[in-house]
Design a protein around this ligand. Structure first.
Ligand code: FAD
Ligand code: SF4
Ligand code: SF4
Length: 461
């Protein structure tokens, strides 16, 4: 047998030209073609005890699907991924893979890790192009589940439960299903045709999706429990947090949530074809260092603004995905680190025109393990801005907790669940950001899978 050739360098992903990135909402990362995917698959060592599988929250059989891909058995490779992951074209794009499966990949010791997420995306896109297969026959089990919220957790649970034979109805407050994947993450990172393909697949499976339906107002969880055998709450964390500093009520200052909903969901960037305008000035300042801040900044840039991100720690501590920070920098977003706003200053008409800031230094690590930012006395200065977006995180949506007696939540309003997604109420389960505060898509999927397993176990017995 010939010796195996080790390829140390990972296969790069082609990107849209910078010119197009700055002026359009087209997807930036272009994905692998067949040749690139086969080359990258070749790099996997097929480890007998693969650390990558352990590190993936859904424990996808990574060497298994890569081997099938390498052998050009694409349908089987997709089936392998779908043993635990319903949405590979989404996770392949937005999962923080560099911190999960790829972080522990054995190839990292001698070169680049295998770019697992890109291979997953390749197969997910292949499946969407071919048309996602629906099982020929679902054996109905006569039981029903209501799912509240149609973000990744809710959609994922719906697909799994329906395939197990449950009648599934999703209740969604907004007019489109998808949660943050439709109103938060912009099209240049997650094109809507990908999400639409999965939502069509759910509909073909027989999942009913009721939009414009706020549970807690139109119907309560107690009422749902009379109609359904179980209720899964996956309402996410969409309540904006503010800085609580003087001047925050001025015109031109948005929460990231409001900004993103207007641009992404109501298509403000296509005004006047769509009728929800958003006023984005020439100088946009975004406060924050997470994925949300990067998305807001890159959207503003595409709307023609000069954009600065203000972050109170250094580049190293930014929680955003590294790839997206690099993209933002390449596209021309400026960064001002170790800076904290302390006051917004307006003009005579009540519009923001300046931000008073203070310089920070880093002290000892806090409970999150990151070094605490400390203001430097006497270092105040001003920055000009005509639009400000506050992207410093969000809290859980509280309406269900407030209208469901006996449902236990912690002091931040997060629904308390055991390790299997069960809440304090019988037949009520929860998953995703509503239990964790702010998480990631893959964490939401992994929690949804646990809740689905619990529902199935509890309702079968
Ligand atoms: P959500 O996606 O928040 O969905 C909850 C749904 O419930 C919403 O549609 C909401 O309208 C609905 N709802 C709320 N209350 C009710 C009610 N009372 N009745 C009916 N429906 C209700 N994660 C990553 O892994 N990678 C990324 O690159 C990434 N980028 C992000 C960028 C932005 C701008 C944001 C905001 C988040 C990002 N995240 C990212 C985080 C990720 O999107 C979330 O962790 C994930 O969406 C959580 O999923 P979820 O299903 O719990 O909730
Ligand atoms: Fe890696 Fe995320 Fe895919 Fe799991 S879901 S294999 S962690 S990219
Ligand atoms: Fe392949 Fe890396 Fe996983 Fe080993 S750790 S099986 S090389 S992807």
């Amino acid at each position: 047998m010939g010796q195996r050739k080790i390829i140390r360098e990972g296969t790069p992903m082609r990107k849209l030209s910078l010119k197009e990135r700055r002026t359009t909402f087209k997807e930036v990362a272009l994905g692998y073609n067949l040749e690139e995917a086969l080359r990258e698959a070749e790099r996997c060592l097929q480890c007998p005890q693969p650390p990558c599988v352990k590190a993936c929250p859904l424990h996808i059989d990574i060497p298994g699907f890569i081997r099938l891909l390498k052998e050009r058995r694409f349908e089987e490779a997709i089936e392998k991924i779908k043993e635990t992951n319903e949405f590979p074209a989404i996770t392949g794009r937005v999962c923080p893979q560099e911190l999960l499966c790829q972080e522990v990949c054995v190839m990292k010791r001698i070169g680049d890790p295998v770019f697992i997420g890109r291979l997953e995306r390749f197969l997910g896109d292949y499946e969407i192009k071919k048309g996602i297969k629906v099982p020929e026959k679902i054996v109905e089990n006569g039981k029903s589940v209501a799912i509240v919220g149609s973000g990744p957790a809710g959609l994922f649970a719906a697909a799994r439960l329906r395939k197990l034979g449950y009648k599934v109805t999703i209740y969604e407050a907004l007019h489109r299903p998808g949660g943050v994947m439709v109103y938060g993450i912009p099209e240049f990172r997650l094109p809507r045709h990908v999400l639409d393909a999965y939502i069509n697949y759910l509909r073909k499976l027989g999942v009913e999706i009721k939009v414009d339906y706020v549970v807690g107002k139109a119907v309560t969880v107690a009422e749902l429990l009379k109609e359904y055998d179980a209720v899964l709450i996956s309402t996410g964390a969409g309540t904006p947090r503010f800085l609580r500093i003087p001047g925050e009520e001025l015109n031109g200052i948005y929460s990231a949530n409001e900004f993103l909903i207007r641009v992404n969901l109501m298509k403000a960037y296509r005004f006047p074809d769509y009728d929800t305008p958003i006023k984005v000035g020439k100088r946009v300042v975004v406060v924050g260092g997470g994925n949300t801040a990067m998305d807001v900044a890159r959207i503003s840039l595409r709307l023609g603004a000069e954009v600065t991100i203000i972050y109170r720690r250094t580049e190293k501590e930014m929680p955003a995905r590294r790839e997206e920070v690099e993209n933002a920098m390449e596209e021309g977003v400026k960064f001002q680190f170790l800076t904290q706003p302390i006051e917004f200053i307006g003009d005579e008409k009540g519009w923001v025109k300046k931000i008073r800031c203070i310089k920070m230094r880093l002290g000892e690590p806090d409970e999150s393990g990151r070094r605490r930012p400390i203001p430097i006395p006497g270092s105040e200065f001003e920055i000009e801005a005509d639009t400000v977006v506050i992207a410093i995180g969000a809290s859980v949506n509280p309406i269900i907790q407030a209208t469901t007696p006996g449902l236990k939540a912690d002091r931040k309003g997060r629904i308390i669940v055991d390790e299997n997604g069960r809440t304090s109420l019988d037949r009520v389960y929860a998953a995703g950001d509503v239990t964790s505060g702010e998480g990631t898509v893959i964490e939401a999927l992994a929690e949804a899978l646990k809740a689905v397993n619990s529902i199935h176990r509890d309702l079968e017995s």
